[in-house]
Design a protein around this ligand. Structure first.
Ligand SMILES: [Zn+2]
Length: 256
């Protein structure tokens, strides 16, 4: 699909998701409280059906969101089977980053053509677009991906997700008497923002790691390039590049 169009569709879907999430949380909590206070006896008829479809929508959207956003490169890998190739230079630079990070596990580093992004797997393989892999900014991306695969980082992400979700679990438990057709989309809606916050934290943290390992300037330069390439958008898994730049500047101080 046309890149600009798919980016715009994704943005539209993302806005729609936010409306659905907030709408579901507000309306369900509102109705549940009305019923609890006996102002209402029954849930208005189409409400349950509407919410069931909302749940389906959430499910599909979340899967799509992950596929496009997180799995985009993985999806394109599956569809196009672009070949990965090794580069001595990349491996040498990657291993240097791993050494600086003080990580003992062995990472593998691979290049790919035309994916315009980078990703890493839990099996400690880092794949990076050939053009993005250039000296300097490429080192930041390697540092970012290596940070994502450090055990402490993953722990931090999980702990944050659980902490951020506590109010959501509390709410779902409190309204647990609602029928499943409502409780399912309600719980899903409640979990979207905590999940997003944990994922965004993970990006900020990986940026910080990348900047420690390769220099703040490389980080900012890379994020500027990404902003030019893909636009200044936030997604379910990634904060907007301009915010990531701001965070880096906050942590490391403005460059002079
Ligand atoms: Zn990342």
């Amino acid at each position: 699909m046309n890149k600009k169009l798919s980016a715009r569709l994704f943005q539209f879907g993302y806005k729609l998701l936010r409306i659905l999430v907030l709408g579901t949380i507000i309306s369900v909590t509102g109705f549940a409280e009305l019923i609890r206070s006996r102002l209402y006896w029954h849930l208005p008829f189409p409400f349950q059906t509407v919410l069931l479809y909302t749940a389906l929508g959430f499910g599909i959207y979340l899967v799509l969101g992950f596929a496009v956003d997180l799995g985009g490169p993985i999806l394109s890998l599956l569809l196009s089977r672009r070949p990965e190739f090794e580069s001595l230079d990349l491996t040498r630079r990657g291993e240097e980053i791993v050494r600086r990070a003080g990580v003992r596990s062995r990472f593998r580093f691979r290049l790919k053509r035309g994916i315009e992004t980078a990703y890493s797997t839990i099996r400690k393989k880092v794949v990076i677009d050939e053009e993005l892999a250039v000296d300097g900014p490429g080192d930041f991306i390697l540092g970012h991906e290596v940070t994502h695969q450090i055990a402490g980082h993953t722990r931090g992400k999980i702990i944050r997700f659980v902490l951020y979700s506590l109010p959501a679990f509390g709410m779902a438990w409190y309204e647990g008497w609602l029928p499943a057709t409502i409780l399912i989309p309600y719980s899903l809606a409640l979990i979207v923002y905590p999940m997003k916050s944990a994922l965004h934290w993970s990006e900020y943290d990986a940026d910080e790691g990348g900047a420690w390992l390769s220099g703040q300037e490389n980080g900012i330069q890379t994020l500027m390039t990404l902003m030019k390439k893909h636009g200044d958008y936030e997604s379910f898994t990634h904060p907007r590049p301009s915010k990531r730049i701001q965070e880096l500047q906050k942590k490391f101080g403005q460059a002079h």
